[in-house]
Design a protein around this ligand. Structure first.
Ligand code: GDP
Ligand code: PGA
Ligand code: MN
Ligand code: MN
Length: 611
């Protein structure tokens, strides 16, 4: 591949931005693709790429009547989730990656990866995707350029981020002053002349690498969303968290929702739960309590900055939803169902029905026969699941009927409450209110959750997942805790969001969920707002304030008083058993642990009667 060949290609594009063109040329020289295409974002391009994916067997076009302009894909069975053990923060200094990230010297990593990238796009097309996370009209637009050799990635990026020629033109207008994150991706599967491609090219050797000082991303070997759509986790969380530390803001793994009370009071809430722990569902909640309404702003990522009025404002940098499919249905998430039924979506690792629609565990209308994500015949009697537990839908956010108008405001929305939460079978009550920002930061820093299928590895193991950011903090997590504390210290305390901790996943003695969840979670949102308004009662416990049974709106809730009490229970013995785990967790950070968090832990121990 030579640069001259690029300029003879109709779709070759290219840019007047010399720095960007030089990087693209350099990558092409290293990876030696057969063609180069600049992604424009046009409808014709979408059609051409999706047709190409259908022809390659990667995509199956779904039934036009049921899911217009939508596609089914099944990945290689080894490439189904984020690979946390292959994910690196390559800071110059090892201590800046901290105890929670994999680290390698950046130069060593680059040498190693240049070896992998050499000739890795042979036989393929290299796509250059100019994109912006957040608004192109933002004061400092957050540009990125992803280079990839995967059409699946291009199509998915077009759903998940604002991409294409408008973004490129803006980068060119800003000229050499334009800052953009270069993000290089390859599936790592070069093709020899005449070699037939597989449906899902990938490489058993995977590296997902962030260079935080250079604000650069290199990803190799995987086609899975979180590893390959580099605007999402790699940029908007890992790289952005390092930017946020340097510039005094927050890049968080949070949904953003708008809650409207029966009196038409508006509140904005952000919530951080680990992957596959309920963000997308809460973001699109259909409240069961009369008169309350929810609108969506985002389901996975929030960038938060203090406004001139001293309040914390959040924006969602994304353009689509990348949602967990299993469990999504007309009851649990009617708004997600309406969104995907409008089409223009990609479904990965779900089941394909005989009439070319999709199905997954938990969806209505179980088919008598389908093709499983592994390509096998599936019937309701099959021993194996039809869909991978981390199967996903990828759908445009603008198709969501309850998208709030404020989604389009580059300033974002002022947050009244932050929720942390995770999956815990025991110990953690339905909702706890923190005493103040520092205590809330302690709650976030000690957040615990059972692992899920969203990352490879064991499922159901309790681990600490601080602020639901364990796999996404782009620097030393101890410094990240300090950054959270400092953000609170520098602010007007009366304007800070109130911090709450929730657990929808506590179990009863038979192993069933105590709390019905989904739309019923509106009761917890209402309690939180009434706490902020000074209207709801609470009991003070060693871990914080929890609702009195009367203060939680349980009208029409199908739950016994005993179950409600069990969901709200704070058992000092269970919490005493939690302490050694928190101590072990904090010990990892050594001198990087903020004193404030040690003081919070000491306070909790004292309230539990320890020491
Ligand atoms: P996200 O990955 O954090 O966005 O989580 P999702 O909202 O996609 O949910 C992940 C899984 O948890 C899905 O299977 C949901 O059906 C399930 N889930 C979400 N909210 C609740 C809830 O309130 N209660 C219960 N029991 N399950 C939930
Ligand atoms: P999730 O997003 O949080 O919706 O699961 C994907 C991920 O975190 O890998
Ligand atoms: Mn996520
Ligand atoms: Mn989600």
């Amino acid at each position: 591949m030579t640069t001259e060949a690029t300029h003879t290609d109709q779709r070759a594009g290219g840019t007047t931005h010399a720095g960007l063109q030089a990087w693209v040329d350099e990558v092409a020289a290293m990876t030696t693709p057969d063609h180069i295409e600049w992604v424009t974002g046009s409808d014709a391009e979408w059609t051409r790429l999706t047709d190409k994916l259908v022809e390659a067997g990667t995509f199956v076009r779904l039934n036009e009547e049921k899911k217009p302009n939508s596609f089914y894909a099944a990945s290689d069975p080894t490439d189904v989730a984020r690979v946390e053990d292959r994910t690196y923060i390559c800071s110059v200094d090892e201590k800046d990656a901290g105890p929670t990230n994999n680290w390698m010297d950046p130069n060593e990593m680059k040498d190693l990866m240049r070896g992998l990238y050499a000739g890795c796009m042979k036989g393929r097309t290299m796509y250059v995707i100019p994109f912006v996370m957040g608004h192109v009209e933002a004061e400092n637009p957050m540009f990125g350029v992803e280079i990839t050799d995967s059409e699946y990635v291009v199509v998915s990026m077009r759903v998940m981020a604002r991409c294409g020629v408008n973004v490129l033109r803006r980068i060119e207008e800003l000229g050499e002053n334009a800052k953009y994150v270069p993000a290089l991706h390859s599936v790592g599967a070069p093709l020899e002349p005449g070699q037939k491609d597989v449906k899902w090219p990938c490489n058993p050797e995977k590296y997902i690498v962030q260079f935080p000082e250079e604000r650069m991303i290199w990803s190799f070997g995987s086609g899975y969303g979180g590893n390959a759509l580099l605007g999402k986790k790699c940029y908007s969380l890992r790289i952005a968290s390092a930017m946020a530390r340097d510039e005094g803001w927050l890049a968080e793994h949070m949904l953003i929702l708008k809650l409207i009370s029966p009196e038409q009071q508006v509140y904005y809430i952000a919530a951080a739960f680990p992957s596959a722990c309920g963000k997308t569902n809460l973001a699109m909640l259909a409240p069961t309590i009369p008169g309350w309404k929810v609108e969506t702003l985002g389901d996975d990522i929030a960038w938060m900055r203090f406004g001139k009025d001293g309040r914390l404002y959040a924006v969602n940098p994304e353009f689509g939803f990348f949602g967990v499919a299993p469990g999504t249905n007309e009851h649990t998430n009617p708004n997600a169902m309406k969104t995907i039924n409008k089409g223009n979506s990609v479904f990965t690792n779900v089941a394909l029905t005989d009439d070319r629609d999709i199905w997954w565990e938990g969806l209505e209308n179980t088919p008598a026969h389908a093709t499983s994500w592994k390509g096998l015949d599936w019937t309701p009697d099959s021993a194996e699941l039809s869909s991978h537990a981390n199967s996903r839908y990828c759908t445009p956010i603008e198709q969501c009927d309850i998208l709030a108008d404020e989604y389009y405001d580059p300033q974002g929305v002022p947050i009244s409450a932050i929720f942390f939460g995770g999956r815990r079978k025991t110990t953690v009550p339905l909702v706890t209110e923190s005493r103040d920002w520092t205590h809330g930061t302690f709650m976030g820093a000690t957040l615990s959750s059972e692992t899920t299928a969203a990352a490879t590895g064991a499922v159901g193991v309790v681990r600490r997942d601080p602020m639901a950011m364990l796999p996404f903090i782009g620097y030393n997590a101890g410094d990240y805790f300090q950054h959270w504390i400092n953000m609170g210290k520098d602010a007007d305390a009366s304007k800070l969001p109130k911090i709450f901790y929730v657990n929808w996943f506590r179990r009863d003695d038979d192993g069933g969920f105590l709390w019905p969840g989904f739309g019923e979670n509106s009761r917890v949102l209402k309690w939180a707002i009434e706490r902020i308004e000074g209207k709801a009662a609470a009991v003070e416990t060693p871990i914080g304030h929890v609702p009195t049974p009367e203060s939680l709106d349980t009208d029409g809730l199908d739950m016994s008083d005993a179950d409600i009490a069990a969901a709200l229970k704070v058992d000092p013995e269970e919490w005493k058993a939690e302490i050694p785990q928190i101590e072990e967790w904090f010990a990892k950070f050594g001198e990087n642990l903020p004193t404030e968090l040690q003081i919070e832990l000491d306070g909790l121990k004292a309230r539990l009667g320890l020491e």
